[in-house]
Design a protein around this ligand. Structure first.
Ligand SMILES: NC(=O)c1ccc[n+]([C@@H]2O[C@H](COP(=O)([O-])OP(=O)(O)OC[C@H]3O[C@@H](n4cnc5c(N)ncnc54)[C@H](O)[C@@H]3O)[C@@H](O)[C@H]2O)c1
Length: 364
């Protein structure tokens, strides 16, 4: 059964979830779950008691813990959402799987490929879902995926994600150190946003692209605005801009360009080019989006057609993961991004960092 094909019976079965980590993103997950008739968050946990108690009170949740393992052991909890920094997430998620609990992993899914392999080895029949799927909960992504799956573009040649955030004025409040710390977050912009891009590009192309060679470069924040983030002495050591050229089996190329604090205008344009046509996505991250099909007519040249146009905000991408996770548990279906698919994305991420660090192309 695919997600969304809920029987009347399972529609009325509440899926009982627990959340470990009661920070910013946990609050958003809870807001989304609160609007959902058959998700019940029965417990939350955080090492900061005030954070756990605060969310429990705000969302009327009966139980809170200061120890993640106590939540994992709670028999009322069927599935655990890990809304924690990645450096401590996989070890706890592994304990949850070993205790027979389904898991939903915040992004980035893991610090590296070997962590995902460990989780996969423990998964068995349990649901293990990944929040890196967020951008594919948008309607335009479903249409792009169906258009490509129908063969409309022919053989894929170029899959391009290009997304830059222009530098803003100097911040009043410093962003947290973990966002740009490799030991805590595995990386910078590539793990903060690039994980969504890689999932999107692999996902809308039906997970059909098999990466072979990766050549990449990363850069840290431009020195003239270095004061916009915590200093290297405070822990900033990760990139704010990453570019990668990923050659896949059969010659298709994925080209990724993701940056923030850019001395450039904000830009979101994505393109997937095949032998018969291409898809172009022009987007504002939290707003208007237009998906265009450019079809090659041998006599007339390229003919353009808008496939989707509208406003899609972050509420859609934030509601997606927890509802998708609960649906997979209730129906026995697959989540939007499985652990095995995340492994495919993680191998690319690891190769990007290895190439950028060494200056050499990496063979997968
Ligand atoms: N902030 C966002 O907008 C956002 C959006 C999407 C995804 N994410 C991802 O979610 C993850 C968490 O981000 P956040 O912004 O919520 O961080 P946060 O710092 O606001 O929250 C993390 C929470 O985890 C708690 N914690 C740390 N170690 C713990 C442990 N061993 N047991 C229990 N609790 C523990 C901390 O006390 C903190 O309350 C990150 O990987 C981030 O990339 C964040």
């Amino acid at each position: 059964m695919k997600n969304g094909d809920l029987t009347m019976e399972s529609q009325h079965r509440k899926v009982r979830l627990g959340i470990v980590g009661c920070g910013v993103i946990a609050g958003l997950h809870l807001k989304m779950a609160a609007n959902h008739p058959w998700i019940e968050v029965v417990a939350v946990a955080d090492i900061r008691e005030e954070a756990a108690r605060g969310l429990a009170e705000k969302f009327n949740i009966g139980t809170y813990y200061t120890d993640a393992e106590a939540l994992i052991a709670d028999p009322a909890v069927e599935g655990v959402l890990f809304a924690l920094p990645p450096n401590i997430r996989a070890a706890l998620a592994l304990k949850a799987l070993q205790a027979g609990k389904h898991v939903l992993l915040e992004k980035p899914t893991a610090m590296n490929e070997s962590e995902i392999r460990e989780l996969l080895a423990a998964q068995g029949d349990l649901v293990a879902a990944c929040c890196s799927a967020r951008l594919r909960f948008f309607e335009h992504a479903r249409i792009a995926e169906e258009t490509i799956a129908a063969g409309t573009l022919g053989e894929l040649r170029v899959v391009r994600g290009h997304a830059l955030f222009a530098a803003n004025k100097a911040p009043e409040k410093m962003p947290p150190v973990w966002r740009l710390n490799r030991a805590i977050n595995a990386g910078g912009i590539l793990t903060n946003w690039g994980c969504y891009d890689i999932d999107y590009l692999l996902g809308v192309t039906g997970w059909s692209l098999v990466p072979e060679t990766v050549l990449a470069q990363t850069w840290q924040i431009p020195p003239v605005i270095a004061s916009h983030v915590p200093s290297p002495a405070q822990g900033t050591d990760a990139e704010t801009h990453a570019m990668a050229f990923i050659r896949c089996v059969n010659g298709a190329v994925i080209q990724l360009d993701r940056g923030e604090y850019m001395p450039a205008r904000t830009a979101f344009d994505w393109q997937i080019i095949g032998t018969l046509g291409s898809l172009a996505l022009e987007a504002e991250p939290d707003g208007s989006k237009r998906l265009t099909l450019d079809r090659l007519d041998p006599q007339l040249g390229v003919l353009s057609e808008t496939l989707w146009h509208g406003v899609e905000d972050h509420n859609i991408s934030h509601a997606g993961p927890i509802v998708d996770f609960a649906t997979a548990i209730a129906t026995g279906g697959q989540p939007k991004t499985s652990l095995r698919q995340s492994l495919q994305a993680q191998r690319i991420t690891d190769a990007i960092y290895a190439s950028a660090d060494s200056g050499l192309p990496m063979t997968l």
